[in-house]
Ligand binder design. Sequence first.
Ligand code: WT7
Length: 631
Amino acid sequence: MRIRTFDEYQTAYQKSVDDPEEFWAEIAQNFQWRKPWTKTLQWNFTEPSVKWFIGGKLNITENCLDRHLAERGDQPAIIWEPNDPNEAGVTLTYRMLFDQVCRFANVLKRNGVVKGDRVCIYLPMVPELAIAVLACARIGAVHSVVFGGFSAQSIADRINDAQCKVVVTADGAYRGNKEIPLKSTVDDALIGCPSVQKVIVMTRTRTPVSMLKGRDVWWEQEVKQVTADCPAEEMDAEDMLFILYTSGSTGKPKGVVHTCGGYMVYAAYTFQNVFQYEPGQIHFCTADIGWITGHSYIVYGPLACGATSIIFEGVPTYPDYGRFWDIVDKYKVNILYTAPTAIRSLMGFGLEKVDNHDLSSLDVLGSVGEPINEEAWHWYDDHIGKNRCPIVDTWWQTETGGILISPIAGITKTKPTYATLPLPGVQPILVDENGKEIEGNGVSGNLCMKFPWPGILRTTYGDHERCRQTYFATYPGLYFTGDGCLRDEDGYYRITGRVDDVLNVSGHRIGTAEVENAINMHTGVVESAVVGYPHDIKGQGIYAYVITEGDAGGHDAELTKRDILATVSRVIGPIAKPDKIQFVSGLPKTRSGKIMRRILRKIAEGDTSNLGDTTTLLDPAVVDEIKAGAL
Ligand code: WT7
């Protein structure tokens, strides 16, 4: 399963194209199956239907926990670094993690959770988050982790979509110098969630919380009532493992579904190869487990490979902007995996807090979530990796389950801003607007995949048609990523960003339609249009054009803007707050009523010199007004 040279990569790649079933069957053999599969792959991208390791039975937690006990039971599985560096951290060995997962799995059972039930997890970045995730997997319950920055409304939407039976949360969370009241947010959400029968509350901040009799129970008390004996549920390879909600260009976020067998094989294979993980190494992925990066490269991938994975509760700038380097130094981190937005923000503070730490333990640096600009790439390379650590710029998506295009650390020759080459099993294709393949090198187009890999999404929860429409209908026979991409003369891939109405703000994926809907809920708002614009640190900022009833341009404008921000926070969460709000009297629309976002994007970018063809506009004068008032 391990690639060690570029020749081996090429051989593996060729084999994965010539005989994908044989290729993945060999890799899957490295895992523990209760029963072997009878057919490796069955697929079509029309329905779509993708099944890997058909008939195979397993439990992912036996692969992440049980099978490591004999050899590395006393090795740390999880190292937890709290928000406050003066608070004692926690190290859980594989044996301790196994014990806690089994106990909490029994708590879930005690609270009525059975195989197939959905459990919503809304927790801070504490070990209990990984424990709750794995406990669900242990008993075959489907977890739906919701990032701690989402609002009550967003939680409610997700709970209702999946009809979750139980919610696991905490009293509160620490994030930098803030204390965030998680349980009270859950309480607000649950007013509209009749499917929820139990709420399990872990203590973190000791914030006073209301505990509803018959519904709410304490984590700490519950675990005392159970034993640590919990045999793993036997799962079919294609049984659902988890749902993770993500934004698209239209409507509410959809629940991306991943299944047990293929996801496990793909997360572990890519973890081991991309980062060239060696036994005993310490892996620090700075993402939140509320996103796919945390699912695949904090929890499942590393644990399936028997690695030591760090969970960091805090933020990169607290108590100061040297925090990441503190952690690297303190735990002698070997693999650091973070986002360009974090690198850009830390770059701005200079080198003082970098140079007073020993970063010599680092072997591999990873980047994920958004295009990494050349300046950030070099800063990362020069000052963090000291020009001796390969940088892997990993391109992938919630829907792909794991990394698809990336260098293999130390093996693939890197090139700043390029995700370089597809991993074995990944067959990218660039197409033009009409779905025609763009062949050869030195070209760009829309990035699609023409063959399934084991980690590909299987459906969107409760709405298979939406899955078909979103990913498989734009270009029949292909999986469409939504990204634009360039393939250079060397055949290297560079992701240029979304070609749909999806924004990437600090590595967080936000749909423009979602933000518009939230703004439109604000009293007095008639209509709005949201676009992205280049932002030095966040990658993209959110620019909102808003039409209000009457005149919002007067002295109340600033207050109205603040109210709109509060509404967006309330509806989606603080991560979706627009950076700029411009009040306008109209929006540039075609005669058929379609907003011409191209024009709005240009104005938001500050590029008003050439707005292209505006003759199809219903009212071209509105463009001049918007240009004049641009922020
Ligand atoms: C979108 C997926 C899966 C990682 C976390 C984000 C963008 C992701 C890169 C990269 C350029 C990237 C794409 C993609 N993206 N990684 N290395 N270079 N762009 O997952 O929230 O599902 O977002 O993030 O636009 O489509 P996500």
